[in-house]
Write a protein that binds this ligand. Structure first.
Ligand code: 5GP
Ligand code: ZN
Length: 131
């Protein structure tokens, strides 16, 4: 169905760090920083918002457990946990995955910048977006 389904099926090799019936974690081929890891549900779903909550919870449980283990094992000083949704947000593989990106210092090879946009009307946004 997709390249990550092929990894789950064993058709493409990967350096696996964790596996159970529902979840697989493996090293990202691009290694934005040392130890960059992906956690995926074995059953295909397109992205975080499209998964059922059991899939999402299984993935996030492993992300927390493996995240702690990587931090302790590799000497990182921080970590990003992120999941891109759709191309507009940088998603290139359409199978839900969580990135664990260890951070070593502010000047390592990972750059994530939050630039402020034009001033927003927060009162209006709250009305529009409250669940
Ligand atoms: P996205 O851009 O969708 O958030 O992240 C997809 C990630 O999958 C990228 O960081 C990319 O390096 C990684 N990736 C793509 N193809 C493969 C592959 O065949 N094997 C592994 N291990 N990682 C892959
Ligand atoms: Zn897939």
């Amino acid at each position: 169905m997709c390249i990550f389904c092929d990894i789950v099926a064993g058709k493409i090799p990967a350096y696996k760090l964790y596996e159970d019936d529902e979840v697989l974690a493996f090293l990202d081929i691009s290694q934005v920083t040392k130890g960059h890891t992906l956690i995926i549900p074995k059953a295909h779903c397109d992205h975080f918002l499209a998964c059922d909550s059991e899939q999402m919870q299984a993935v996030m449980r492993v992300a927390q457990r493996l995240g702690k283990h990587i931090m302790e094992s590799i000497g990182a000083n921080g970590m990003h946990i992120l999941s891109n949704i759709h191309e507009a947000a940088g998603q290139s593989v359409p199978h839900f995955h969580v990135h664990l990106i260890p951070r070593y210092d502010e000047n390592d090879s990972c750059v994530i910048t939050f630039n402020p946009s034009e001033k927003q009307n927060l009162e209006q946004l709250q009305k529009q977006l409250t669940l």
